[in-house]
Ligand binder design. Structure first.
Ligand code: BGC
Length: 757
C-alpha cells in the first residue's frame, strides 16, 4: 500500500512505518509499502491496519460508487469527481475504461488522497470487451461450458488490458419468461445448465489469480429471482415460494459461490414484500451464513435509493440503513451511503460495526485484485494496443459463435447450400446491421467491426452472385414499400436467405415485449417471398424465443442464430455453406404463443396432466399445450440414434454412484456434434417433484457412421431436493433416468434408491 504521509509529522511517520513492518510483515518494492502474503489472516490484518487509520467519511467513501461520465458537456462533473477522489469520497467507479483515463483516476487516488487507497474500476463486460462473443443466451445454446469459460477469459484479458479490475458479470438469472428482455443475458430456463455456464464464466473472468494483470473480479447478478418479474416486465415484483427460490433461482448463485466468485449484485425486485436491497434473510442469512459467501455485495444502479419507491423507507437515510444492514456493501450511484450514513451512525441508528465490515470487504477486494501491491498493474498501454481485438480472440469468437447456432428445421436437407449455387438473394435489413450482430451489452465493441450476415455470406461464396434487398426498414417498422424489390431479387436468384428477427436493442435491460411474434411486417414479407417458390432459408436474429408458427409450418429451413458478436456473419455463413455442421440446442423452450408463458420443461405433473382426449385436464381450448420447440432441441446436418441405455445396477444406496451409459450413433453422412442430455425424475417424493430435471450433459463429436458410448455417473447429490422443512434431502424410492438429444425424445430406465440401515 502506498500510504501518503504528507499530512503526518515525520516522527510519527517513522514510527508508523516501523510498526506496520513489524506487525503486518510488509516488504518494500520500489520504495512503496506493499502487503506480503495472501493468507486470509494476513489479508485481514493488513485491511485492519488501514481501517484503524480511516475517518468515518473515508470509510463511507469506500462504500460509494459513482458512474463515470463521458459527455462533452460533462467536464464539470468529471472535475467534481476528481476532487471527490482526492477527498477519499469515492471507492470505485463504474463505466470507465481505457488505460489513459483509468491511470489518471488511479493516480489521483493513490497520490493525492490522504490514505492513497486505490480505486476499483468496473464495467459491464458481459459477453466480450472489444472482441464480442455471442450473447450469453446464445452461448448457452452451445451447451459447452468450455465456450463460456473461453469467452469470459478473453473478455477478462481485454478488459484488464484496458485498465479494468471488475466486471458486472456473469448474469446468472434463470427465467421462465421470454417477454423479459434480460433473458438474453442469462443461460435460459434451467438451473443445472445455468449453474454450469455460470461457474465456467466465473472461472474464465477470475482465472487462477485475481491479482494477475489479465484477470478481473466477477460479479454474479442479480440476487435473486430477478428473472421471475411478473408479466416479464423488468424490475417488477417477483412473488415466488421459498421452494422455487431454492430449486430454480438460487442454484446458479450457489454454484458461483462454490467457484469463489468475488462479488454479487443485489436485484431490483422484491420477493414476498421484501425488496432485495433490504433482504437480510437472503443476503446475510442464506448467502453469507448458510453458504459461507465471504465476498462483497454491491447494489444495482440506484437500487438503494429505490427502496423509497418500494415504500419500505420513508427517507434516504432509512433506505441506506436498510440496505447496508441487509448486507449490501457498496452503494452504486444512489449517493446515499456517502451522504446519509454518517449522521445515522452519530445518532446511533446504525452500528459502526456494520460499516466497518462492509469497508473490510471492499479493501479485501482491492487487495485480492493486487491493487495495494501495484495500483497501476492493469494500466499498460502496450498491452492495451496488442490485445484488444487480437486475431486469436476473433478466431475464438467465430468458433464459439458457430457452436451457438441451433438448426430448428431443415426439410429435404435444403441446408447446407449446394456447392455449385450461382446466385442467392439475401433479404432483410438485419443482414447488414452490425450493431444488432453484437447484441445487447456489447461492452466496448464497435458496430463497424462486426462481420454482418451479408458480409459473411459474400466472403464465403466469392464466385456466387449475391443480391441484397432490405425488405423492411427496421424489424419493427410497418412499412411494406421495400417488399417489391425483395420479391424481385428473390425471383432472380436460385435461393433466398431471409434474415428476420429483432434488432439488438429489442432485448436487454428494460426491453420487454408483450408478444413473441415476429415484429413489424416481417411475417408478411416472409409470406411474399414464400410465394416465389424459391428455396427459402430463414436466418433468425433475436434475443429471446419467438413464436414463429407460420415459419415453422411453411419455411423449409430455419436457423436460430441469436446475436453472435464480432464474427457473426462468418459463423452464420460457415453453417449455411456447410463448413460447419450446427450442433447447438435450445437452452429455453420456444412457445407457440405468448399465452403459454410460463412454459418450461421441468414443470410439475399436476393432478390432471394434459390429455388431448380428456376435457378436464390442464390445457388450452384454442392451442396445443406443448411447446413449438422444446428445451434441449436442435437438429444437425446429420442424424443421431440413441441405443442401449444401460445402468450398471438397478439399486443404489446414498453413498453409491450409479453408472449410466448409452450408445450414440451418427447415422448420417457427415460428421457432427450432438449434445447428449441426462434427465432424472423422482417418481414419488414427500413433496411433488418435476416431471424431469436435467442432471448432466455432454457435447460430443461423431464422425459419419461413428458410434460412441457416452457415460455419466449419478450420485445422491443428483437426487436431492428440499423437503417440506426446506432441508436438502435424498429420499429412498424409484427414479427414472432419461437420456437423449432433447428434453422430449428420450430413452428411459428406472432404478431404486434403497435406504441404508
Ligand atoms: C443493471 C446491472 C448493471 C448496472 C451497471 C443496471 O441497470 O441492472 O445489470 O450491472 O446497471 O451498469
Amino acid at each position: 500500500m502506498n500510504i501518503q504521509f504528507t499530512r503526518q509529522p515525520s516522527l510519527f511517520r517513522l514510527l508508523f512505518v516501523f510498526a506496520v513492518f513489524t506487525f503486518f510483515n510488509l516488504t518494500t518494492v520500489s520504495g512503496q509499502l506493499v502487503p506480503n502474503g495472501s493468507s486470509n489472516a494476513k489479508i485481514g490484518s493488513f485491511v485492519d491496519s488501514i481501517l484503524v487509520k480511516m475517518t468515518l467519511e473515508e470509510k463511507l467513501g469506500q462504500l460509494n460508487q459513482y458512474r463515470w461520465v463521458w459527455g462533452e458537456n460533462e467536464e464539470p462533473i468529471r472535475q467534481q469527481y476528481r476532487e471527490y477522489i482526492k477527498e477519499g469520497k469515492i471507492g470505485s467507479f463504474l463505466g470507465i475504461f481505457g488505460v489513459e483515463s483509468t491511470r489518471e483516476l488511479q493516480r489521483i487516488a493513490v497520490e493525492e488522497s490522504r490514505l492513497g487507497i486505490p480505486l476499483l474500476l468496473a464495467f459491464d463486460v458481459i459477453h466480450g470487451f472489444r472482441t464480442i462473443f455471442p450473447v450469453p443466451l446464445a452461448e448457452s445454446a452451445s451447451w459447452e461450458p468450455a465456450n463460456a469459460e473461453k469467452s469470459a477469459r478473453i473478455a477478462a484479458i481485454e478488459a484488464a488490458a484496458s485498465g479494468l479490475h471488475w466486471t458486472f458479470a456473469p448474469m446468472v438469472d434463470i427465467t421462465h419468461d421470454p417477454r423479459w428482455g434480460r433473458i438474453i443475458e442469462g443461460a435460459g430456463e434451467d438451473p443445472y445448465l445455468g449453474s454450469q455456464m455460470a461457474a465456467a464464466r466465473v472461472r474464465g473472468f477470475q482465472g487462477q489469480d485475481l491479482a494477475a494483470s489479465n484477470t478481473v473480479l466477477a460479479c454474479a447478478k442479480h440476487f435473486v429471482a430477478y428473472g421471475a418479474a411478473e408479466g416479464g416486465r423488468d424490475y417488477n415484483t417477483a412473488d415466488i415460494s421459498e421452494r422455487s427460490l431454492r430449486e430454480i433461482y438460487l442454484p446458479p448463485f450457489q454454484s458461483v459461490i462454490n467457484s469463489d466468485v468475488a462479488t454479487v449484485m443485489a436485484s431490483f425486485n422484491e420477493i414476498g414484500g421484501v425488496p432485495m436491497h433490504a433482504n437480510g434473510w437472503l443476503i446475510n442469512d442464506v448467502m453469507r451464513r448458510e453458504w459461507g459467501f465471504n465476498g462483497l455485495v454491491i447494489s444495482d444502479f440506484t437500487g438503494v435509493m429505490e427502496l423509497l419507491h418500494h415504500g419500505i423507507a420513508a427517507d434516504s437515510t432509512q433506505a441506506g440503513i436498510n440496505a447496508i444492514s441487509a448486507g449490501v456493501d457498496i452503494d452504486m450511484v444512489s449517493n446515499i451511503y456517502l451522504t446519509k450514513l454518517k449522521q445515522a451512525i452519530e445518532k446511533k441508528e446504525l452500528p459502526i460495526a456494520i460499516v466497518d465490515e462492509a469497508v473490510r470487504r471492499v479493501l479485501k477486494l482491492k487487495y485480492r485484485a493486487g491493487l495495494f501491491e501495484d495500483p497501476y498493474r492493469y494500466q499498460d498501454t502496450n498491452r492495451e494496443k496488442q490485445l484488444l481485438l487480437h486475431s486469436d480472440h476473433l478466431k475464438a469468437s467465430r468458433e464459439v459463435a458457430r457452436q451457438s447456432i441451433v438448426l430448428l428445421k431443415n426439410e429435404n436437407q435444403i441446408l447446407p447450400l449446394n456447392n455449385n449455387i450461382q446466385s442467392i438473394a439475401v433479404i432483410g435489413a438485419l443482414a447488414t446491421d452490425g450493431r444488432s450482430s453484437l447484441g445487447s451489452w456489447h461492452g466496448a465493441g464497435r458496430s463497424e467491426e462486426a462481420i454482418t450476415v451479408l458480409q459473411g455470406i459474400r466472403d464465403a461464396l466469392p464466385g456466387c452472385a449475391i443480391k441484397f434487398a432490405e425488405g423492411y426498414t427496421t424489424p419493427q417498422s410497418q412499412d411494406k414499400t421495400r417488399f417489391a424489390k425483395a420479391v424481385e431479387i428473390a425471383q432472380q436468384s436460385e435461393a433466398v436467405i431471409l434474415v428476420l428477427g429483432e434488432s439488438g436493442a429489442m432485448s436487454g435491460e428494460a426491453s420487454n415485449r408483450s408478444t413473441l411474434d415476429l415484429p413489424g411486417v416481417q411475417q408478411d414479407l416472409a409470406q411474399e417471398i414464400h410465394k416465389t417458390g424459391k428455396p427459402l432459408v430463414v436466418v433468425l436474429m433475436n434475443g429471446r424465443p419467438l413464436s414463429i408458427n407460420w415459419l415453422d409450418q411453411n419455411v423449409p429451413a430455419i436457423l436460430e442464430t441469436w446475436f453472435l458478436g464480432s464474427q457473426m456473419g462468418h459463423a452464420v455463413a460457415d453453417v449455411l455453406v456447410g463448413h460447419y455442421n450446427p450442433g447447438g440446442k435450445l437452452p429455453v423452450t420456444f412457445p407457440r404463443s405468448v399465452g403459454q408463458i410460463p412454459i418450461y420443461y421441468n414443470h410439475k405433473n399436476t393432478g390432471r396432466p394434459p390429455d388431448k382426449d380428456i376435457v378436464w385436464t390442464s390445457k388450452y381450448i384454442d392451442i396445443d399445450w406443448t411447446p413449438l420447440y422444446p428445451f434441449g432441441y436442435g437438429l444437425s446436418y446429420t442424424t443421431f440414434a440413441y441405443k442401449n441405455l444401460n445402468l450398471n445396477k438397478n439399486q443404489m444406496v446414498k453413498t453409491d454412484t450409479l453408472d449410466v451409459s448409452v450408445e450414440v450413433h451418427n447415422t448420417g453422412k457427415v460428421d457432427g456434434d450432438e449434445v447428449v442430455q441426462l434427465y432424472i425424475q423422482d417418481e414419488v417424493g414427500s413433496v411433488t417433484r418435476p416431471v424431469k430435471q436435467l442432471r448432466n450433459f455432454k457435447r460430443i463429436h461423431l464422425r459419419a457412421g461413428e458410434m460412441k458410448r457416452v457415460s455419466f455417473k449419478i450420485s445422491a447429490e443428483d437426487l436431492q431436493f428440499y423437503n417440506i422443512a426446506m432441508k436438502n434431502v435424498v429420499e429412498p424410492g424409484f427414479f427414472k433416468v432419461y437420456v437423449g438429444g432433447n428434453s422430449v425424445d428420450l430413452l428411459e430406465k428406472r432404478f431404486e434408491l434403497v435406504a441404508t440401515k
